[in-house]
Design a protein around this ligand. Structure first.
Ligand code: MG
Length: 284
């Protein structure tokens, strides 16, 4: 069975499907709410380093290794260097910056009955720790996060607990969004993402088939099902999600930060504009 057709069994619970809401926000974490990828940061600085990480990315692209197994190896290199989960959280809280507009964006959504759900290939406890820096721990603990988990052991070592261990992605993000598409009157879904790692996109060895395969469990698969898709503008100009959407004819809005996106979300939630109108503009 093709990877795209397989429905992986989830080993972790999902938050409720907000079937009675009119609007729901789903957002990627790394590179979308954060300004840089937190797992890459940990691997480069606490684990086996950037060169090995990049070599690993090429193995994944070449189809010799799954994203799931490559990611697990990166994290194992951090554990092998003696870093506990708490030490990792602390390091990320110090070094990972968040989109400056996200706090107000989230506060507005909360006040207007629009649930915000984070959908990530990373690990929920780590995400909550970093998020707590910006919005405070009590709000961070209340946000829905659909991601992988962590198993902490008594000896201080830890390991990633994949949501979908049978999927080559570890977590197939499209599974977070698809239940909404089966509802009789689904809420309007806003999705925010940036795609897969820039390192993948920049690779000269990237073949179309590998790219399509790589997209299956990522932002690309979730993006296909969103009603209003926001794609983050990257400072380095590399944006594989934008390239993918343009190539596939998927309407999307480029945004540089959440304060900019908030204006668009407000205009749709208030009824001032339709999803079709904001997508037609393509920018905030
Ligand atoms: Mg991302």
């Amino acid at each position: 069975m093709a990877l795209a057709d397989a429905i992986p069994e989830s080993m972790l619970p999902y938050p409720p499907v907000y079937k009675d809401k009119k609007f729901v926000v789903l957002s990627d974490w790394d590179g979308t709410i954060t300004t840089q990828d937190s797992n890459d940061y940990m691997t480069d600085n606490l684990g086996f380093g950037k060169d090995k990480r990049r070599a690993g990315n090429l193995e994944i692209l070449a189809g010799r290794q799954t994203f799931r197994d490559g990611f697990r190896e990166m994290l194992e290199s951090i554990v092998a260097n003696g870093y506990t989960l708490d030490a990792c959280k602390e390091e990320l809280r110090k070094n990972i910056k968040l989109d400056s507009g996200f706090k107000d964006f989230h506060a507005w959504c909360r006040a207007h009955d629009v649930p915000v759900v984070i959908v990530s290939s990373g690990m929920a406890p780590v995400i909550r720790a970093v998020l707590g820096n910006l919005v405070g721990d009590s709000i961070a603990n209340s946000i829905d996060i659909i991601a992988n988990d962590v198993e902490e052991r008594e000896d201080g070592t830890w390991a990633i607990k994949f949501r979908h261990p049978s999927s080559g992605f570890g977590h197939d993000k499209s599974r977070a969004i698809l239940p909404y598409k089966d509802l009789e009157s689904p809420p309007l879904l806003f999705f925010f993402g940036d795609g897969v790692s820039g390192a993948f996109f920049a690779s000269p060895s990237l073949q179309i088939s590998a790219f399509t395969q790589l997209c299956t469990g990522t932002d690309m698969s979730a993006a296909r099902h969103a009603d209003v898709l926001f794609v983050k503008q990257k400072g380095d100009g590399e944006n594989d999600l934008a390239v993918y959407c343009t190539r596939e004819g998927i309407p999307h809005i480029i945004f540089s930060d959440f304060s900019e996106a908030l204006g668009v979300v407000k205009s749709v939630v208030s009824g001032e504009k339709t999803a079709r109108e904001v997508l037609a503009k393509g920018r905030c």
